[in-house]
Design a protein around this ligand. Structure first.
Ligand SMILES: C[S@@+](CC[C@H](N)C(=O)[O-])C[C@H]1O[C@@H](n2cnc3c(N)ncnc32)[C@H](O)[C@@H]1O
Length: 287
């Protein structure tokens, strides 16, 4: 039974929490936020009045969502949105769920850009659009192109761009890496969080089961497959002094530095995420 016969608000939070993978503070907060959103309550209403009984209408709203969580479906897909950087992004299985780890990628990009300039930005493998849309919302004079090989992911990016108010400055392009890009299109910054998981690498069960495999896995067994392709294809599209910023998997910084050198780039900076894992790397073409 997902809820006791006369459930109250804390029972709902406990039920959500029991389906999240690790019961630490962050997931307790996530469970409370989720229940508050579903029941259309303020978060403090959950904490302060946790013994208030749920109405039948509230139970009817919650039960199908609890059933989805019970199967292991990620909270963000069940909720239909996720907070990333400064905005809520609509999310569903058409795209990878934006990760808090990726926020350092946005920060590293912003530190390499002058917010007053007219800038052109490119995101390769944009998925939900969380990276390029966060950048455009911080840089009012910038325009961007979001590339993805999955048309469905671009539909989600279009929805997020419109909701967050940057759709007039974002072009969506269905392309295999940079192949379909206009040869004359040049950029001040190219960002990418490409697929980097090799088959056989450990992934959480809900990741492997629910998130799109084309967003996660390389296709040739080489974790650097997409980084190399993007570095090579980007060369024709980088303005002088342009920067390339990549998200990388844990402990991949040496592999990327090696691949970058082979492709004619130098590492400018590495940035750690909140778990002290090097997560973002900026590169520039060697002159
Ligand atoms: C790791 S996800 C990143 C999504 C989003 N940028 C983020 O950080 O949450 C990688 C994305 O690359 C896209 N992708 C995979 N292969 C691609 C290719 N050959 N060309 C363009 N995009 C590709 C996937 O569809 C997916 O949206």
């Amino acid at each position: 039974m997902l809820l006791p016969p006369t459930p109250h608000r804390q029972h709902a939070v406990d039920a959500v929490l029991s389906f999240l993978e690790d019961n630490n503070q962050a997931t307790a907060a996530a469970a409370r936020n989720f229940v508050a959103r579903v029941l259309e309550l303020a978060i403090h209403d959950i904490s302060l009045d946790s013994n208030a009984e749920l109405s039948q209408e509230q139970i009817d709203k919650l039960l199908p969502l609890l059933q989805r969580l019970q199967t292991g479906e990620p909270l963000a897909y069940v909720e239909g949105s996720v907070g990333f950087y400064k905005h809520d992004f609509v999310i569903d299985p058409r795209a990878l769920i934006p990760r808090a780890d990726s926020e350092v990628v946005v920060e590293l990009c912003l530190e390499n850009l002058n917010s007053n300039s007219h800038l052109r930005l490119l995101d390769v493998g944009a998925g939900s659009g969380c990276l390029i849309i966060s950048l455009l919302s911080e840089l009012p004079h910038a325009e961007g192109v979001a590339i993805d090989i999955e048309g469905e992911a671009l539909e989600l990016a279009a929805l997020n761009a419109k909701t967050i108010g940057v759709d007039q400055r974002l072009q969506l392009l269905n392309s295999d890496c940079l192949v379909e890009l206009d040869p004359s299109d040049m950029f001040d910054l190219i960002v990418s969080n490409p697929p980097y998981i090799t088959h056989g690498e450990e992934l959480g069960p809900s990741v492997a089961e629910y998130e799109p495999h084309s967003a996660l896995f390389v296709t040739d067994g080489d974790a650097m497959q997409f980084y190399r392709r993007i570095m090579i294809e980007a060369k024709a599209h980088l303005l002088p002094k342009a920067v390339l910023v990549f998200e990388i998997g844990a402990n991949r910084q040496d592999d990327l530095a090696l691949a970058a050198g082979e492709c004619g780039y130098q590492v400018l900076e590495q940035r750690e995420d909140m778990c002290s894992v090097v997560r973002a790397i900026s590169l520039q073409l060697i002159a």
